[in-house]
Design a protein around this ligand. Structure first.
Ligand SMILES: NC(=O)c1ccc[n+]([C@@H]2O[C@H](COP(=O)([O-])OP(=O)(O)OC[C@H]3O[C@@H](n4cnc5c(N)ncnc54)[C@H](O)[C@@H]3O)[C@@H](O)[C@H]2O)c1
Length: 259
């Protein structure tokens, strides 16, 4: 088996579901030890039990809580080498005057403050120890305009934050990267599509490859960036979108040429 994890400990925040849980499964198979953190502590415990890891309830909007947990993980398990920040909250594509201030605040708190707080709580000790790797999950929605008027700006900011922190901690041996998935078929997305979420048809139609992204494909990219195979890569935003960004300009020519 490919043991790229080398028994190192990875903390996965938002690891109870979706992309975070898929990443946890792949990393367990690659020889990483795992601490699964999530607001849904019960589900985090279930995923951790399935993978022989440790599960904790954690809220990314609570900086003192994260710092206490970082100290606890180091004391009770090991010093984390890797951090994945996959927690996220979402919104409907509504006009600005229907974007409620409470939704704006919730999205900023979880998707932007939360990423900074998690990186700060776990990344600063990594830098003091002299090594580590961090991946924050951004989104293709951060690459340009969409009707997600709160979600989009948080994701653009996460891409910028990964660059800032890469410069901050690079000399201390900590790499920091962003991963921007396209529409990824996690259970939450599949349920929303079944419930008739507002996409113009199948979102896969707008990509070069003509399909959406599988959670395992995002997980592969995250694990690569955390491993020593990516030892010279820091501050990048790796887009995993089946060619959505590449094919955007085709819209004014009627879409990507059919086969
Ligand atoms: N699925 C997609 O199509 C897609 C596309 C682009 C980017 N993303 C991003 O990927 C990340 C994961 O999304 P997903 O689709 O796997 O979603 P998901 O809902 O399946 O998983 C998100 C997890 O975050 C946890 N969480 C929410 N708020 C939290 C908080 N305050 N503290 C700790 N944990 C919290 C949830 O409990 C959940 O387990 C998000 O940042 C999302 O914006 C997803």
């Amino acid at each position: 088996m490919d043991q790229t994890g080398q028994g190192r400990l990875a903390v996965i925040i938002g690891g109870a579901n979706g992309i975070g849980a898929a990443t946890a499964r792949l990393m367990a198979a690659r020889g990483w030890r795992l601490a699964i953190l999530d607001k849904d502590g019960e589900r985090a415990g279930e995923v951790a039990a399935e993978l022989g890891g440790h599960g904790f309830a954690a809220d990314v909007t609570d900086l003192p809580g994260l710092e206490a947990l970082a100290a606890r993980v180091e004391a009770e398990i090991a010093a984390p080498y890797a951090l994945v920040i996959s927690s996220g909250t979402f919104q409907d594509p509504v006009p600005p005057d229907q974007t409620r201030p409470e939704d704006w605040d919730r999205i900023m708190r979880v998707n932007l403050d939360g990423v900074f707080f998690a990186a700060r709580a776990f990344g600063a000790p990594m830098a003091r120890r002299g090594g580590g790797a961090i991946v924050a999950i951004a989104s293709i929605i951060g690459l340009g305009g969409t009707p997600l008027h709160a979600y989009g700006p948080t994701k653009a900011a996460v891409i910028n934050l990964a660059q800032s922190l890469a410069g901050e901690w690079g000399r201390a041996g900590v790499r920091v990267n962003a991963v921007s998935p396209g529409v990824t078929l996690v259970p939450r997305v599949l349920a929303r599509r079944q419930a008739g979420a507002r996409y113009a048809g199948d979102p896969g139609v707008h990509t070069a490859l003509g399909r959406c992204v599988e959670p395992s494909e995002v997980a592969e990219t995250i694990e690569f960036l955390l491993s020593d195979r990516a030892s010279a890569i820091t501050g990048v935003n790796l887009v995993v979108d089946a060619g959505w960004d590449a094919a955007r300009g085709w819209a004014m020519y009627g879409g990507v040429r059919p086969r």
